[in-house]
Write a protein that binds this ligand. Structure first.
Ligand SMILES: Cc1cc2nc3c(=O)[nH]c(=O)nc-3n(C[C@H](O)[C@H](O)[C@H](O)COP(=O)(O)OP(=O)(O)OC[C@H]3O[C@@H](n4cnc5c(N)ncnc54)[C@H](O)[C@@H]3O)c2cc1C
Length: 499
């Protein structure tokens, strides 16, 4: 063990793993500390009975597997992850189920436009106009990120800057009059944690255009295999990873970091620290408010903590197709008003919207023969769970799980009789496994205040301190967190090169 590491990374969520892997690949001595016994944070898995569950991933974005454009796949190739993990593209993006209407959107912008127009001929013009608008924002954002010289000022203003501070509803609702069409286009709002009236338009347009165009993907080795590949690479590149050993304090001298005090009370020196732990805990508990510039707290306060989830993981003693399920991701909705459905997330009442994810539709051998895994997920804030007396917790989560299963039987009749193992999670579960405030999986929310340029940057409040997680730019989700880690590592490598 060296006397002093070039970099200490706190937390092995995707942001931390990505940073540590890139830093180690560049020859820096890296120590990754993870307080849990397993890597991944949200990006993890667990075993119950004969089933291995993926705890989080529905769809990996940024996976244009054929042309390898975009930011994620080329980076995973550069690191060596794609040599260890295979990806499979999902055929369709999702199925929407409403009480009296169902539709499936295949991947590909034209395919989606055609399916929508066939189903809603009277809304054809609205559909084309809005998809054109969304994709123009997506393409301009890509050009902007890459510094593409063909990007004109007019294009930048018209497709991107003009939308700053606008919600999705402000742009979409005047253009798309049919509430059902609006709902179909925004079915995956839970991926962004906010419904159309709250979510930032640019984030919505970029995320949805990407998923519509390229579709989503699943790693063949599940989330655990994906994060285990990062851990393997870190050690192959000479880095060190310690599990069950968290950082208790970040040590400082004046305005710079000097190392870490571990949970085992060991002091380890380093001039550079990457925090994958959330910035609120980092500032208040790991460093201490008195050591942080007051302006940093203004930045923290100007963002709101994102939403969380409740959900049910089920291992079934029957193949999914025997239950009539045909699509990997199904949005099951009581009605098409997602702004209204969102309000339930502030309560412990029955959700009006849920996602049903059937993992065997990505990989038939995801589970043992003649079985399948289905998960049910609904939006939920942590506040009502905090306010619940402890003795009501189990009863409440089981009631909500029961309600989600009963509703899911609309698309999977007989589901309940085939549940062999079941686990229920709440915002408190996510909080326990990640340390994230509010049990959020997205860091700060994607409201208009949480649009990427306004989010916390990778540079932390002290010299040598960097952030890499859902909380910093560009935001939550697998792709974003991996890229956040890359950005933090690149800043450190550049500083080291400066000497
Ligand atoms: C149910 C669910 C479904 C999801 N579905 C999708 C999806 O389909 N597609 C998608 O792209 N994203 C999805 N996400 C979101 C995605 O999983 C997260 O945004 C992402 O994994 C967060 O990564 P992170 O880098 O912020 O780290 P986190 O996951 O927040 O992990 C932080 C890590 O830091 C560790 N840590 C904290 N404090 C310390 C300390 N003091 N010392 C040492 N270690 C510490 C924690 O133990 C943890 O391991 C989903 C999330 C959930 C929960």
């Amino acid at each position: 063990m060296p006397e002093k590491y070039d970099v200490i990374v706190i937390g092995s969520g995707l942001g931390g793993l990505s940073s540590a892997a890139l830093l180690a690949k560049n020859g820096l001595s890296v120590l990754l500390l993870e307080k849990r016994e397993l890597p991944g944070g949200c990006a993890t898995g667990f075993i119950r009975g004969r089933f291995e569950f993926d705890a989080s991933l529905h769809m990996l974005s940024g996976t244009d597997l054929e042309r390898k454009t975009g930011n994620l796949i080329p980076y995973l190739e550069e690191l060596g992850i794609t040599k260890k993990v295979g990806f499979k593209k999902l055929k369709n993006v999702y199925q929407c189920v409403f009480p009296d209407f169902e539709i499936t959107l295949p991947a590909g912008r034209e395919n989606i436009e055609n399916v929508l127009k066939e189903n809603f001929p009277k809304d054809s013009e609205d559909i084309t106009n809005f998809l054109n608008r969304m994709f123009a924002t997506f393409e301009t954002t890509n050009k902007f990120r890459k510094g593409d010289p063909s990007l004109t000022q007019e294009e930048l203003s018209q497709n991107l800057l003009g939308y700053l501070g606008k919600t999705c509803a402000e742009i979409m609702y005047p253009e798309v009059k049919n509430p059902l069409v609006r709902a179909i286009i925004s079915q995956l709002w839970m991926f962004l944690g906010l419904p159309p009236k709250k979510v930032d338009y640019i984030i919505f347009a970029v995320a949805m255009s990407h998923l519509f165009h390229y579709g989503g993907a699943q790693p063949k080795e599940k989330s655990h295999g994906f994060v285990a590949a990062f851990v393997e690479l870190i050690t192959e590149y000479g880095g060190e990873v310690r599990f069950g050993c968290g950082a208790k304090r970040i040590l400082t001298e004046g305005d710079k970091v000097t190392g870490v005090l571990t949970d085992d009370d060991e002091q380890i020196k380093s001039d550079f620290i990457v925090s994958n732990a959330n910035p609120i805990t980092m500032s208040l508990d790991l460093i201490g408010a008195d050591k942080i510039p007051i302006t940093y707290f203004d930045k923290l306060r100007s963002n709101e903590v994102g939403i969380s989830l409740i959900g049910v993981y089920m291992g079934l003693d029957v193949p999914y197709n025997k239950l009539g399920i045909k699509e990997f991701e199904i949005g099951l909705n009581d009605h098409p008003d997602f702004d209204k459905a969102y309000e339930k997330a502030f309560t412990l009442e029955e959700p009006e919207h849920q996602l049903i994810t059937t993992y065997n539709l990505a990989y038939p051998d995801f589970t043992p023969p003649r079985t399948s895994i289905i998960t049910l997920t609904a939006p939920s804030y942590a506040d009502p769970w905090y306010n619940l007396p402890p003795h009501k917790y189990v009863e409440t989560k089981n009631r909500l799980a029961d309600q989600l299963i009963t509703k899911a039987e609309k698309v999977a009749p007989g589901l309940r009789e085939h549940v062999e193992v079941v686990e229920v999670f709440t915002p408190l579960t996510i909080m326990r496994y990640t340390g994230n405030h509010g049990g959020t999986y997205l860091g700060f929310s994607f409201s208009t205040a949480g649009t990427p340029p306004l989010r916390l940057s990778q540079e932390g409040p002290l010299k040598g301190l960097y952030l890499a997680s859902a909380w910093s730019q560009p935001g939550g989700a697998y792709e974003n967190c991996v890229l956040s880690g890359k950005a933090a590592a690149e800043l450190i490598i550049a500083k080291k090169d400066e000497g």
